[in-house]
Ligand binder design. Sequence first.
Ligand SMILES: *[C@@H]1O[C@H](CO)[C@@H](O)[C@H](O)[C@H]1NC(C)=O
Ligand SMILES: *[C@@H]1O[C@H](CO)[C@@H](O)[C@H](O)[C@H]1NC(C)=O
Ligand SMILES: *[C@@H]1O[C@H](CO)[C@@H](O)[C@H](O)[C@H]1NC(C)=O
Ligand SMILES: *[C@@H]1O[C@H](CO)[C@@H](O)[C@H](O)[C@H]1NC(C)=O
Ligand SMILES: *[C@@H]1O[C@H](CO)[C@@H](O)[C@H](O)[C@H]1NC(C)=O
Ligand SMILES: *[C@@H]1O[C@H](CO)[C@@H](O)[C@H](O)[C@H]1NC(C)=O
Ligand SMILES: *[C@@H]1O[C@H](CO)[C@@H](O)[C@H](O)[C@H]1NC(C)=O
Length: 757
Amino acid sequence: MDRMAVSPAVCAIVFLVAATCPVLGYVPQGAARRSAGARRSHGGARTYIVLVEPPPAGLQHADDEAAHRLWHESFLRGSGGGGRRRVRHSYTSVLSGFAARLTGGELAAVSRKPGFVRAFPERRVQLMTTRTPAFLGLEPGRGVWNATSYGEGAIIGFLDTGIDEKHPSFRDEGMPLPPARWKGACQPPVRCNNKLIGAASFVGDNTTTDDVGHGTHTTGTAAGRFVEGASAFGLGAGGGTAAGMAPGAHLAVYKVCDAQGCFESDLLAGMDAAVKDGVDVLSVSLGGVSTPLDKDPIAIGAFAAASKGVLVVCAGGNSGPLPSTLSNEAPWILTVAAGSVDRSFRATVRLGDGEMFEGESLTQDKHFSSMVYPLYYSQGMNYCDFFDANITGMMVVCDTETPVPPMSSIEAVREAGGVGVVFINEPDFGYTIVLEKYYNLPMSQVTAVDGTKIMGYAMKGSSRTNHTATIVFNSTVVGVKPAPTVAAFSSRGPSVASPGVLKPDIMAPGLNILAAWPSLVPVEGPESYSFNIISGTSMATPHVTGIVALVKKAHPDWSAAAIKSAIMTSSSAVDNEGNLIMDEEHQTASSYAVGAGHVVPAKAVDPGLVYDIGVHDYAGYICKLLGEAALKAIAGSANLTCAEVEPVGAAQLNYPAIVVPLRAEPFAVNRTVTNVGPARSSYTAKVDAPKGLTVKVEPAELEFTEVKERKTFTVTVSAAGASDEQKIAEGSLSWVSQDHVVRSPIVADSGITLMGC
Ligand SMILES: *[C@@H]1O[C@H](CO)[C@@H](O)[C@H](O)[C@H]1NC(C)=O
Ligand SMILES: *[C@@H]1O[C@H](CO)[C@@H](O)[C@H](O)[C@H]1NC(C)=O
Ligand SMILES: *[C@@H]1O[C@H](CO)[C@@H](O)[C@H](O)[C@H]1NC(C)=O
Ligand SMILES: *[C@@H]1O[C@H](CO)[C@@H](O)[C@H](O)[C@H]1NC(C)=O
Ligand SMILES: *[C@@H]1O[C@H](CO)[C@@H](O)[C@H](O)[C@H]1NC(C)=O
Ligand SMILES: *[C@@H]1O[C@H](CO)[C@@H](O)[C@H](O)[C@H]1NC(C)=O
Ligand SMILES: *[C@@H]1O[C@H](CO)[C@@H](O)[C@H](O)[C@H]1NC(C)=O
């Protein structure tokens, strides 16, 4: 069951499998525990995350940490063995509590002790560039990179599989010392330098070495330094330079996963340490299935982080394109969707009749196209595990049921004497082609639409010499249109855990992303590479994290919600052809797929207005949605009760996106914007609404005379013109000034009930 351990490319597969068969892809609760003995069940024991009150005032000790630890250990005294050895992690920063292995009886004893709040069993969670800086408009020496000194001085924390700290992307020449406020350190044998300023493991192995590759890839994407001539398999940068989004930022790496997987109690320990150490932003390319916010350790930890100004950026999950498949949906988290890049690794299929289809491949064999080959497709044997003919010297067309073609089919073709393979994409994946490295046979991956035509050609005619084909490998092509489009695997809203809050929040590049790779982790075949191309919302997340670091550098005093708002309202709704961003089927994408839009770093540092949200607003939202006990679990450290805060319905939360019920009667929401642009600014409301949806904004003009001045307005939406069958209507509200456009999506959804609004 250890899919992650099989091969590095598997981190793409791990979640992608989930896209087609959630039952297999998701590791069910309690199943498939860590294979090494560490967490094997003894007498039904399992690891619980136990939330408790902060230590009572009487329990004083030399330092706060030790006092917490003693307090946590006291819950386990008298329950078999000393508390000391039993506490796996003691949490003090993002929550008050601990993790320990407990049997049912022990758990019952713990829960009777004074100070106990609640406990839940931990789950296993999943790990969910060269071209991308330019694609996102980042250029050396100019614009945002110049204005923010590449994020210099900002500290990015990563909860991941560790790091290959010797990779050239993480060298520290010319980097300044870490800021004085930094409290982290590097766990021996890793030596900190000015780039990598913190490294710690929470998986019990005392090393932050990345034996999976995922952590090195995400870290390089967010903050890798410039590396000349980066490529993987001779593809990618086109001899160009690789760099992360914030090449000047410092890194702190918290290893919470290894080749055996990721567990929530370790993840929470990493988050606790990162916030204590003083990171500015936290990147979490991990997640489990949707869980109520008060039982989701990432949501609980991220709440405390956000209240301390640390924005937590999380992968939205790889279970698309089905609706309501998101992970990490709390409103205080920045939830990231994955999109395509305008780059293609061309492998054009040219048929004997001259017709061409633009497939893609990571294995490029320029000599292959000097010949044409008979093309073979068998309707009965279309998955290429068996063949009903002699296919020696033929090119074989294969169907796939998975987004990534199975290596076993390629092996079967090769063993049967085939010379090449055309893989037809899984139909659900539309135009999204998830590339995988196959080293032993020339191949091209084509869309299902193209595949159907190629298949038709292969089956027509009777003589085996009449229908031929070849693959023309044309290396890396940039400027591909349309781009970006939503990647098929990117998880979709509407949110289950935060109904009525638009999720995902933002889209960033996540399809076929080239970034740093540990050379000790083999990619495929005999060669080793220091860069690799993989896909997932895991890859989109660190793009956004790096951009958060740039915004934080430009505006150190902004709240987590303000930074999030800046990134959302400045994003782009259109692709490189000027059309609304499309999904994997090349249909206009819903906000439930793309969020507010595609991230635009240059604009994110200068949004004009922000929609800010404070701890009390989030608390009011939690009270209204889940009640007092949930508030205590999520916001324990904030010492708030529901009696002290105004309840806030999902629609009324000051979110930079608007979700309302789709109904004829007008539905009004209030929003408050804060001026972070020029002191004297005037904004006019511009509404884009489809036929049948009426959107009124009152007042329709906002005049600011000061920086940080706040203005409230009301948006009233009615869908009097919508037909009965219509389920959803989408538009947008933009506040437009001379220099800024502050855009929020508006979604009217018949699935949103008035409860909680
Ligand atoms: C780069 O930033 C400096 C100040 O930080 C500014 O003076 C200079 O004009 C900027 N250069 C470009 C090309 O934007
Ligand atoms: C980790 O380090 C600690 C202290 O240096 C040591 O006691 C422990 O045995 C080490 N664990 C492993 C798995 O190496
Ligand atoms: C398959 O075809 C090739 C050439 O077309 C031939 O050399 C080979 O003997 C054939 N194999 C079988 C098992 O018929
Ligand atoms: C085979 O190709 C020849 C010449 O291109 C063509 O005339 C003939 O109709 C083809 N036969 C079939 C069955 O497609
Ligand atoms: C391959 O690239 C060349 C030049 O970049 C172009 O002229 C040619 O049309 C391309 N061929 C295919 C099959 O895409
Ligand atoms: C929590 O709030 C209550 C009342 O607002 C106050 O009496 C108490 O001291 C606070 N506790 C802590 C730990 O701040
Ligand atoms: C929105 O603001 C208006 C004007 O300040 C106020 O009358 C109204 O009650 C508010 N609505 C909600 C739902 O808070």
